[in-house]
Design a protein around this ligand. Structure first.
Ligand code: AOF
Ligand code: ZN
Length: 448
């Protein structure tokens, strides 16, 4: 029986993946109930706030049995009679439950899964990942073992762990998991010398990006990207290539299509609030949740509610107008950037270094408090550099298109660069795949 553990856990992993883009900030979890090498029921966590995977599997078991056994087991409301439930429970007696994450033992939005496991007379529980939630931890294992249930841990642990990188970081650090994504040419350019950037990668890669926009709760760009591309930053999972030119995007602003997928919260880093009121982002802010991060030294950090009155009238008015359009404005100012800097090489004052930047570390804390557990960082080069420097990036998706632009054109990461190779940001390759003619490299950023 035990040699089949990997097989059934793999099934549970596939079930867990069905929750991608729906369960955040909860984890992806799958569960399978097995008796005498036969699957009795399957379940997974479907949506934030809904049944946990284990209880979903039990519910599916009872529902299926109820349907199979016809009317005799149902009460007048068509629900399972309590007596029949007790009898059906006997069928579960001695079964093994495979679950990709330690079952919970606390009351959250759902009651403890450990109670359901004990009640349903499960004999053995096989667990993949360990839940780092301090409310769960080892407590669940003790509860199950004290009830006489055999517990096996760490079954396909690394596969199960890779389902929930986002949850693991968020539950421990209370800040979002950040994924930097960019598409570049084979000579490392993200635009031509005249800043043309649509589209460097192929159709299949663009579709993949829309999958990522659904997977992560937030999408973040810098103001330059808004000024240059006037993007929507929404998720168009049923991607139709002919509908991606600017005319079509503009049409969509006036006549938004309904996408039945979760849309990411749009986060724009705009230190001086330069965003145009007629940009696609502002025009659609009533439909897609939008946050603008600013860096004003005059106002306190955090959400700007009415502290904006100390700012110059023109900015204070703009804040009011944006708030009317449902935009949330969060101030997160890197105050140390006010320090005067002398450029090492030219020995002249470097004016760029006077500019106030959004403090991304602070911003991540604010976004974490808003329960945003993951962010897709879609550039551009200035924000990418700030993100790497601030050490907030966990993962990088680099899409390489089979094209060469040459000349002086932007690369994915701007800034001063480094002199010594030893000072590079270090990463390790996690995965490489081909999407038609594009190569997609997934890296993990090494922590300092
Ligand atoms: C499980 N199975 O399928 C999931 C678990 O507010 P609640 O009740 O939804 O609880 C959320 C916490 O429960 C979450 O932080 C994580 O520790 C655990 N999630 N546990 O047994 C599941 N989704
Ligand atoms: Zn649970």
């Amino acid at each position: 029986m035990n040699e089949n553990d990997d097989f059934f856990m793999r099934k549970a992993i596939e079930l867990a993946k069905k929750g991608i883009g729906k369960v955040n900030p909860n984890p992806l979890v799958g569960a399978v109930i097995v008796k005498e090498s036969q699957i009795l029921a399957e379940g997974y966590h479907k949506k934030y706030g809904d049944l946990h995977a284990e209880r979903d599997a039990f519910q599916n078991f009872f529902n299926t049995k109820c349907e199979e056994s016809g009317e005799k087991n149902k009460n007048s409301e068509g629900k399972l009679k309590e007596k029949s439930r007790q009898e059906l429970k006997d069928e579960l007696k001695g079964a093994t439950l495979y679950v990709t994450l330690t079952p919970c033992c606390h009351f959250g939005k759902q009651p403890p899964c450990t109670d359901a496991i004990i009640e349903n007379k499960i004999a053995r529980v096989v667990i993949g990942s360990r839940d780092p939630n301090p409310l769960v931890g080892e407590k669940s294992i003790k509860i199950l073992e004290n009830a006489g249930i055999e517990v096996k841990r760490d079954c396909l642990k690394s596969e199960c762990d890779s389902l929930n990188e986002v949850f693991f970081k968020f539950i421990q650090n209370k800040t979002p998991y950040v994924v930097m994504k960019y598409a570049m040419t084979a000579d490392g350019k993200i635009a031509t010398k005249t800043n043309e950037s649509k589209w460097i990668s192929g159709e299949k890669s663009i579709e993949f990006v829309h999958f990522l926009r659904n997977k992560y709760m937030g999408i973040m760009v810098g103001i330059n990207t808004v000024l240059l591309d006037n993007p929507m930053l929404n998720c168009r999972l049923k991607f139709e290539p002919e509908k991606t030119n600017e005319d079509e995007e503009a049409k969509e602003v006036n006549n938004p299509k309904k996408y039945d997928v979760r849309q990411p919260v749009r986060i724009i880093c705009d230190s001086k609030l330069r965003i145009p009121m007629d940009s696609n982002i502002v025009k659609t802010a009533n439909k897609y949740q939008t946050i603008i991060a600013t860096a004003f030294t005059e106002v306190p950090d955090g959400e700007i509610v009415d502290s904006y009155k100390v700012l110059p009238d023109i900015i204070a008015d703009k804040i009011k107008q944006l708030q009317k359009k449902s935009v949330v404005i969060i101030n997160a100012c890197a105050r140390e950037s006010k320090v005067e800097m002398i450029d090492d090489e030219t020995k002249e004052k470097d004016t760029r270094k006077y500019e106030k930047r959004v403090d991304l570390v602070k911003l991540m804390r604010f976004l974490g408090k808003m329960k945003i557990d993951g962010i897709l960082l879609e550039g551009g080069a200035t924000l990418n550099e700030n993100a790497l420097k601030s050490n907030i990036v966990d993962e990088v998706f680099c899409i390489v298109a089979p094209k060469i632009f040459g000349g002086k054109a932007k690369s994915p990461v701007d800034g001063d660069g480094i002199s010594k190779i030893k000072d590079a940001y270090k990463m390790s390759v996690k995965d490489v795949k081909l999407l038609n003619n594009d190569v997609v490299i997934r890296y993990t950023v090494a922590s300092e």
